[in-house]
Write a protein that binds this ligand. Structure first.
Ligand SMILES: NC(=O)c1ccc[n+]([C@@H]2O[C@H](COP(=O)([O-])OP(=O)(O)OC[C@H]3O[C@@H](n4cnc5c(N)ncnc54)[C@H](OP(=O)(O)O)[C@@H]3O)[C@@H](O)[C@H]2O)c1
Length: 236
């Protein structure tokens, strides 16, 4: 019953990997505070689940929402920054506003949520943060320059932030998933996905459980001595 009443904040809970993680941690007995712009797509009557409508790229919304989560649940034990967007295009054809948007959600959103949740984790002198990067970083995939750069920023930020929050007993780590069937990649041509899969050591699409398993390692009580690490899945 170690997980009972532990509070996990999951961004991007309305669909895809974030929704899977929300169901996964609810089943494990956690209290889940999910955050995304739209209503939650989750069909649950669980009293351990609350959804907060939030754009993670908006500082005022993040500050207000994280404060209300803390006051409602009297603590924040774990943060999983899963909210993310992608736009795949040749760099020469990418408008500057696309770059702003991708960095605002993927990088700034991760930074703002990590900063605000850490302020409350610090009060209890304990916390776990897991950020989501991508194998697009080590694979250096053409057509993903901006997305991969934003995920590279997430990984570098996590590694340095880990050092800055270590004195408060907060760990910060990163998971880099391989392609997983969600809306995020629904417009990526099959041949391109096949090429990515073929460049992995383990030649298959990723599954939600692959991501959950890596996150589980970082958030469990026994992993308090593991911080500033990025696990890329699939054997890149
Ligand atoms: N699927 C893959 O192949 C893959 C591979 C590597 C890494 N990843 C990473 O894994 C994470 C989840 O991706 P996914 O595949 O599950 O994507 P998805 O199915 O498109 O879901 C993205 C989630 O992020 C939320 N979101 C987007 N913009 C937001 C914002 N400004 N504020 C708050 N929430 C926002 C969306 O909810 P709303 O629209 O309601 O806001 C949604 O819940 C992302 O960081 C992605 O980069 C995915």
């Amino acid at each position: 019953m170690k997980n009972k009443n532990k509070v996990v904040v999951i961004t991007g809970d309305s669909k895809g990997i974030g929704r899977y993680l929300t169901e996964y941690y609810l089943k494990k007995g956690f209290v889940v505070a999910g955050c995304s712009r739209l209503e939650s797509g989750l069909n649950t009557k669980s009293r351990s689940y609350s959804h907060f409508r939030l754009d993670v790229s908006q500082e005022d919304q993040v500050v207000k929402t994280v404060r209300s989560i803390f006051h409602r649940f009297k603590g924040i034990d774990i943060l999983i920054n899963c909210a993310g967007i992608a736009s795949l295009n040749h760099a020469l054809l990418t408008p500057a506003e696309t770059v702003d948007r991708i960095f605002a959600v993927n990088f700034k959103g991760t930074f703002l949520m990590s900063r605000e949740c850490s302020k409350f984790m610090k009060i209890n002198r304990c916390g776990r943060i897991v950020n989501i990067s991508s194998v697009a970083v080590p694979l250096k995939i053409e057509g993903e320059a901006i997305y991969a750069a934003s995920k590279s920023a997430v990984a570098t930020f996590s590694e340095i932030f880990a050092k800055e929050v270590a004195p408060f007993n907060i760990t910060c780590n990163c998971v880099g998933p391989t392609p997983i069937e969600t809306d995020l990649i629904k417009n990526v041509p099959v041949e391109k996905i096949d090429r990515i899969i073929n460049s992995l050591s383990l030649k298959r699409m990723g599954k939600f459980i692959d991501v959950a398993n890596a996150i589980d390692f970082f958030v469990k009580d026994e992993s308090g001595y593991v911080t500033g690490q990025t696990i890329y899945l699939g054997g890149v």
